[in-house]
Design a protein around this ligand. Structure first.
Ligand SMILES: [Zn+2]
Ligand SMILES: [Zn+2]
Length: 238
């Protein structure tokens, strides 16, 4: 059981880092730039860590840009204030996301959207889904000590969307507000270790281009020191 917990925690943070660092802060906001080879490395890492629930970076960026533009209004693609439950919000987001994968509408001319045509195409196939699901089951067969432990696989299968939905739901429902904004964004956790800074939604909506999602002395964004290190090493540029 302890090995399964280690596997879950490791997978959670690797996938989450790719979501917050690459998909969100880089792909959707363009807070920093990186050389093309490194862009491809993080694209591939996002694919590998999210596996069967890989989130297409361009569709993610378009959906997220609409979220900022129309935050908590009827046009917001995933405001929790327009859905009866988190699962209903996830289903609607799933449909909106897939229509943007098929037809990327609303692209801004001044923004760089990461695209890797062959990988995007492969990631969208059923073969890809079955391949990852098979790999996870195979890996689990070495570490389970009771049959019911296979149920944890569901978290691995849906890792990317689970993390996205947790941020979109709780980050606009529960927590404190540092900035009086027209939307309903909140900072859910005083120290956001679970979602690597993503749950500082109120700070992030107030300062969408700030690389540090924390704002007050008691808040800490665990992704920010990683960004600072990559900036220091000149691997990325502000
Ligand atoms: Zn938000
Ligand atoms: Zn954002």
């Amino acid at each position: 059981m302890s090995v399964i917990l280690i596997a879950l925690i490791t997978h959670w943070y690797l996938s989450l880092f790719c979501q917050t660092f690459y998909l969100h802060r880089y792909g959707a906001h363009g807070m920093f730039s990186m050389p093309y080879w490194l862009d491809r490395v993080f694209y591939a890492l996002t694919y590998i860590t999210q596996g069967p629930s890989f989130l297409n970076p361009r569709a993610y960026a378009l959906l997220h840009q609409a979220h900022h533009k129309y935050s908590d209004t009827a046009k917001d693609p995933h405001s929790p204030h327009f859905f009866a439950s988190i699962s209903k919000m996830m289903v609607q987001t799933y449909h909106d996301y897939h229509s943007l994968v098929r037809e990327p509408k609303g692209m801004r001319e001044d923004h760089y959207y990461p695209v890797w045509k062959s990988l995007d195409k492969f990631a969208g196939t059923w073969f890809n889904t079955f391949m990852w699901v098979g790999l996870y089951i195979f890996a689990y067969s070495f570490i389970v000590t009771a049959w019911w432990q296979y149920s944890f696989l569901l978290i691995h299968f849906l890792m990317g969307p689970i993390q996205g939905a947790a941020v979109n739901w709780f980050g606009h429902k529960i927590g404190h507000r540092n900035f009086d904004l027209p939307d309903k964004s909140r900072n859910t956790l005083p120290v956001d270790i679970l979602l690597m800074g993503e749950l500082y939604q109120n700070n992030h909506h107030a300062k969408p281009m700030s690389m540090n999602f924390a704002s007050k002395w008691f808040e800490w964004d665990p992704t920010y020191p990683v960004i600072r290190t990559l900036l220091f090493l000149r691997l990325i540029k502000a």
